[in-house]
Design a protein around this ligand. Sequence first.
Ligand code: NAD
Length: 481
Amino acid sequence: MSDIQFFGHIIDGEEVESLDGARFDVWNPWTQEVFAQAAEAGAADAARAVESSRRAFDEGPWPRMGRAERAAAIHRLADLMEERADDLACLDSTNMGKPFAQAKHDVGRSVWNFRFFADHQRDHVGEVYPMDSGHHSYSEFGPAGVVAAISPWNFPLMMATWKIAPAIAWGNTCIIKPSEDTPASVTLLGRLAIEAGFPPGVLNVLNGHGAPAGAALTADERVDRVTFTGSSTTGKAVMASAATHLAPVSLELGGKGANLVFDDADLDNAVHWAVEAIFRNSGQICLAGSRLFVQSGVYDEFMDRFRAAAEALVIGDPFDPATRFSVLASRRHFEKVRGYVESVEEQGGKVLTGGVDEDGAWLVRPTIVTDLPLTAPQYCEEIFGPVCVVNRFETEDDVVALANDTRYGLNAMVFTENLSRAHRVSSRLRAGTVWVNCFFIRDLRTPFGGVGDSGVGREGGNFSREFFTEPKAVVMQIDRG
Ligand code: NAD
């Protein structure tokens, strides 16, 4: 047990134990061993974190400093993240089984989250409204206050930084509660924020479970904004809790993405992205293309190639450079995904390839399922694993109706070489993001979020500015005549 690491809370510029000394085990899902312990927050620890961030907001320099100075501080943190990129990636790979190259890619995107929002707030342009009455009005975007951010385990560092970066860039102070499954990389981020010279309380990290730690944060009336990424079920509880003190919420929730491959698609490209969309990160992606619809004319050829590409993915140790696909992030999650896969046949479906490994690893192979009825749980519910449910379609109208027939609406993909169809179908799809002939590409200026059970609100660029500030109108008299 001697080389077990410890991840404390980062509160008020220090790494601390919980007030009662409670800790929980942190697992490596590849070795199935505990590699660390983390401090386990109770309600009193959450209150202590909120008190610190409240003080930092009400009395500290962060909300009051110039935009350029704040941007420089955030860039300093980004520099340190780049210096420690291997360590950050190593923690995510160890903690959730993500192939190391993918974890490194996530660190790059996390760094960019900070750099982008630092510059976005520094350089942002307000609006002035000249009025015929002899006045003009302008808008001002002041920080909102204390932000509680709650993140999931599938992209531990990237999802957390997607919340933290705009929150602190706009002058707020922030408490991040990472998932209890993956506290490691976010705690290292908190340590780097201390090293970067952030004033105490600007970025606090609270480790612990959804209840009591997360629930105590969302219910605390000293919290001014709640930004949450996680499951739709938890999102509803978070929204209800924040409503008790009227804190605005931003919810990025689950998905059941539709991937539409038309007869005229470039099949090499469509197969490449279909594989990425459902098997990257072992399918543990909210944006996964988990419902794949292939038009009749190319169905057989596409399926042969898709299956071959899925079977060619190298499965193994996350730290082996050849590995493209690895285990699921926890035993609990493995059991959930296994349940869906093992009941495919009783639901009337066929497993074309893949299935559950029986050698004790928490591994579900890249799995392709056909012939399922449209009422089957595997088709309707978010599995959040490497399970692709495939259907054949005939017409554009048919596939748009199928794609939209879900409570979710996070994203969709369209593969076609017909420009008019690409625009027409994208416009008809009920989803927060539509990717045409690609997947997973983000421009941080654009809105990101979901429809229906996939979320409430949008983040990104000016959408993040709206959420993380209190926009104010200032009306001035110009002409007294
Ligand atoms: P989850 O809802 O179980 O947990 C998410 C976070 O909420 C964790 O930190 C957890 O501790 C916390 N939590 C749990 N109960 C809480 C409560 N009552 N109050 C406050 N916090 C609470 O989700 P998960 O299993 O960690 O993540 C997987 C889910 O996240 C999937 O549904 C996936 O689609 C979704 N997700 C969405 C996006 C997106 O951008 N839309 C991105 C990544 C993941």
